[in-house]
Write a new protein. Structure first.
Length: 183
């Protein structure tokens, strides 16, 4: 199989199910943003500051994001291929991770400014791309059926990345700078 097909040279591509759409179609934008998020999650996972446990968790996140992208790329009520699903257990897994991290952190009393270490900053990059993916998935869901758990998972994942940024900062002894509005 060749990597190039030339079928997209005029600005259109196929969704799972065979429907041809322009490359700026909301579904393409949504799953393309999930793909972008996956690349940054992989970069985060490759950081020296991310230990073995979090590498395993982030590999699970990458797998689930691939499932989200597959669902977003499908526009068929009777797809000929079996699509992966995002389950309640996938969302609960993220919630458990967030709760465990949160139990190790001081209560949050203000917004914090991103940064202090490359791994911490990458968590914030992943969080913001995740929020964009969520907005785009919501747009898709407004115009065509989308399993509810896809949006839920992406929503919870952005909270996961924020909490992971705080935990990594704590473990790396990086000072989190609280945002103090100048009013």
């Amino acid at each position: 199989m060749k990597i190039y097909t030339k079928t997209g040279d005029k600005g259109a591509t196929s969704l799972i199910g065979g429907k041809r759409v322009p490359k700026n179609h909301p579904r393409i934008d949504a799953y393309g943003t999930v793909d972008e998020l996956m690349a940054f999650v992989a970069l985060l996972r490759d950081q020296e500051a991310v230990d073995g446990y979090w590498r395993v968790v982030l590999a699970e996140v990458l797998d689930r994001l691939m499932s989200c992208a597959s669902v977003l790329a499908a526009d068929c009520s009777d797809c000929k291929v079996k699509l992966p699903a995002i389950s309640d257990a996938d969302i609960e897994f993220l919630e458990q991770q967030i709760d465990e991290m949160d139990s190790q952190l001081e209560p949050l009393i203000s917004f914090v400014l991103p940064g202090g270490h490359q791994a911490v900053s990458l968590c914030h990059v992943a969080r913001t791309i995740c929020r964009r993916a969520e907005r785009l998935a919501i747009s898709v869901a407004e115009s065509s059926p989308l399993p509810e758990n896809v949006v839920k998972y992406i929503n919870r994942l952005s909270d996961f990345f924020f909490t992971l940024s705080r935990l990594l900062a704590k473990n790396l002894k990086i000072e989190q700078i609280p945002w103090e509005p100048r009013v």
